[in-house]
Design a binder for this molecule. Structure first.
Ligand code: FAD
Length: 442
């Protein structure tokens, strides 16, 4: 028996990061009390009481390893992520992206937790960070108010808030396929997206409805905040100019209806949301519009004139700590070594990133309990780049970060290669995978 066995860790939050962390700890023989406040208390964004619920889109981003998010997934597979393995098992068609059936995903995570005799799932809110016991805080961007207050008191630094937004979901059977068509951009991969085309006149009408639609009144603290740039509500994007959407989520290039061979003025794309393909979400349409206005807007889109809206878009607060001041790249708290943070609350933004930091926090907490050297991944890996980024004390105006090539260690190659984006990304990706394969076995 190693030192670590029979020790117990409290993990706060059975979300993406918390479930992954708990499973990593249990793998090393550590007992885990996994606390989840739902269903007694909800976050406003979660719709079920399931562990590891996907609150918005059902996509974990690209699975192409020459894409930053795709590389992170490859790394997680090598390091033995449980949740990525489950995601692969319940994936739905989405071109190059790893999109999942969210119900099945949560169900499989629940089964793993329930069948693990080291893990106890306790349905209770934790209002204060427990003292004198090892703890992983994985309470997410919608951490309950009392715990958020305690974290604030403990860290002594201000929390930062910003927004994320949810896109509406419609029922496939209510889509008019005389107008809508299946296609992938430039015919790449499977034609799994449903596309709703618009001509100039239709786009202008849609734009007018969108820019005049009433929005849900924000609370005072929310009004002072900034939107998170990569998840801007569709109405905020639209307010930046009449063509902003046509160069963003409604980009028509490469999306041709083979029945007409016409390239359109704008296109709304819909992505499959569940395995049975009965639900589709409007890509890039996260929104804070009032529900009546959302209905009018969705019904103004050709092909969706009679769409049955299964879930309306909403906007929410997002809470994260000032990690550069508080955490090491191991996700361990500098001023309390038996306390780790994981998930979106650390500023690793996104589903995949949250699972990844949960995995690392679980691995490192087990190492900490076993008096082993903690794992610090180098910046040649995407996960190492992320954890180095969020824990860099030189970071002044800290904002959460997704996986991206800008944070990884630069390649020492000549300018010609640097300009060849595809080749450069391939080299960056190979460098990371080679490093991990040489140093780790799953
Ligand atoms: C509205 C919204 C939409 C998002 N959409 C996307 C998206 O489309 N794509 C994407 O990549 N990322 C998205 N994100 C960002 C992020 O990837 C997700 O929030 C992700 O679920 C974060 O994982 P997590 O494990 O950190 O937190 P969560 O998955 O939220 O898990 C935290 C868990 O802790 C529980 N909890 C909170 N406080 C307590 C407490 N005091 N005691 C006990 N339990 C507690 C919560 O109920 C929850 O189950 C979105 C975030 C929000 C808020």
């Amino acid at each position: 028996m190693t030192d670590v066995e029979n020790k117990k860790v409290i993990v706060i939050g059975a979300g993406l990061a918390g479930c992954e962390a708990a499973l990593q700890l249990a793998k090393k023989g550590v007992y885990v009390d996994l606390y989840e406040m739902r269903p007694h208390k909800t976050t406003g964004a979660h719709a079920t009481q399931n562990p590891a619920e996907f609150v918005c889109s059902n996509s974990l981003g690209s699975s192409d390893p020459t894409n930053a998010s795709g590389l992170l997934k490859q790394e997680m597979k090598i390091l033995g992520s449980y949740l990525i393995e489950i995601a692969e098992a319940v994936k739905v068609p989405a071109g190059n992206a790893l999109a999942i059936d969210r119900e099945m995903f949560s169900q499989k995570v629940s089964e793993l937790l329930e069948n693990n005799d080291k893990i106890t799932l306790i349905r209770e809110e934790i209002t204060q960070i427990p003292q004198d016991v090892p703890v992983i805080v994985a309470s997410g961007p919608l951490t309950s108010d009392s715990l958020a207050q305690d974290i604030k008191d403990f860290t002594g630094s201000e929390h930062l808030h910003f927004f994320d937004a949810i896109a509406p979901i419609v029922e496939k059977d209510s889509i008019n396929f005389d107008i809508a068509f299946y296609a992938s951009r430039y015919d790449k991969g499977e034609a799994s997206y449903i596309n709703c085309p618009m001509n100039k006149e239709q786009y202008e009408k849609f734009y007018e409805i969108l820019t005049n639609a009433p929005r849900i009144e924000l609370k005072k603290f929310e009004k002072d905040d900034k939107f998170f740039e990569s998840c801007l509500p569709v109405e905020v994007l639209a307010s930046r100019g009449v063509d902003t959407l046509r160069y963003g989520p409604m980009k028509p290039v490469g999306l041709v209806d083979k029945r007409t061979n016409v390239e359109n003025y704008a296109v709304v794309q819909l992505r499959q949301d569940n395995l049975s393909a009965s639900m589709y979400n409007l890509v890039g349409f996260q929104t804070n519009l009032k529900w009546g206005a959302q209905k009018e807007l969705v019904h103004s889109i050709p092909g969706l004139e009679n769409a049955n809206i299964l879930r309306y878009g909403v906007m929410h607060r997002n809470t994260f700590i000032n990690s550069p001041e508080l955490l090491n790249a191991t996700l361990q708290c500098r001023k309390r070594p038996n306390l780790f943070f994981a998930g979106q609350i650390t500023g690793t933004e996104g589903y995949t990133e949250s699972i990844a930091s949960g995995m690392l926090a679980g691995i490192n907490m087990a190492k900490f309990l076993n008096n082993e050297e903690l794992l610090v991944l180098p910046k040649v890996t995407m996960l190492g780049a992320l954890t180095n980024y969020i824990s860099n004390p030189e970071q002044k105006h800290f904002q959460p970060v997704n996986s991206n090539w800008g944070i990884v260690e630069e390649l020492i190659v000549d300018k010609k290669i640097k300009k060849n984006k595809k080749l450069k990304n391939e080299m960056l990706s190979n460098r990371s995978i080679e490093y991990l394969k040489n140093n780790f076995k799953a």
